[in-house]
Design a binder for this molecule. Sequence first.
Ligand code: UDP
Length: 332
Amino acid sequence: MALSPGEHVLVTGGAGYVGSVCATVLVEQGYRVTVIDDLSTGNREAVPDGAHFLEGDVLDAAPGVLADDCAAVFHFAAKSLVGESVVSPAKYWSGNVVTSLRLLDLMRAAGVDNLVFSSTAACYGEPATVPITEDLPTAPTNPYGASKLAIDHIITSYAAAYGLGATSLRYFNVAGAYGTVGENRAVETHLIPLILQVALGAREKIMIFGDDWPTADGTCVRDYIHIRDLADAHILAASSNTPGSHRIFNLGSGDGFSVQQVVETCRKVTGHPIPAEVAPRRGGDPATLIASSARAMAELGWSPTRSDLTTIVGDAWAFTSQLGGRAHFARG
Ligand code: UDP
């Protein structure tokens, strides 16, 4: 069942940040790609030209795509805002778990048995130790992480009982850009795009959420992974899935950078002074999150080549400065 170029791949959520970069790389590598996205959070222009695009609900559009000689599904379509998941959990249980379950049943009915699932480090919650390996206990601290973990459980049982071949990839802090695709959300909450909005002049300063954390400089430490390296891992996963097996891999660079270090790197890359101000801690932030990607490297043969912070920020800046002051940057 391993996937090869030329085959037909369904990418759900392929107008979102991660999904669109994966769809782009799949097209570049010669796959036949169909993207389904309802554009609730995605951008139509992020879908690569070489992909067939279906706007709408995954479950309405999937049966036709799955019946069209579909060899694999890359499932990105999801709700992914932690704060929103706390306030509106119904959206997450329904939009993430129910939709994924139904998609798996559609795949089963169509005989499509190769799945790559977009999971998250939020499955681990606040880990007792770093780096985080896949065998650490899962203890999500919000409905977003819990919904992704529930889907992982469903996939495990479908692999064991129905012969599905699947890989879940648990991302740490995805950043950077690839070509014309980068972080471009209507409501932005992530550190690197927010800092770059300051450099662009669209935002006055960056707020640093706490400088009294138990870390070397007192600001939170995260593991940043380049979006293009992430795309490689997805294709390697689909190319090596085997029926009856569900593999789970953490994806990060294995290096931690503090918020202060990220701000400094952005100053160097952009040449902008980027004013920063310390603000209170943000609820729910763990002090340090660093991945161990040793399993993905050993078993997938994955090796991130662009995930040093200067390359990540440089690519993100090339994208952001290209977008210029377009209106959909949130100000504040
Ligand atoms: N952060 C910050 N100011 C911001 C946005 C984020 O200090 O305006 C911090 C946040 O507290 C966390 C880190 O930057 O420690 C990365 O946050 P982000 O939201 O990018 O990703 P997360 O780690 O929450 O998935």
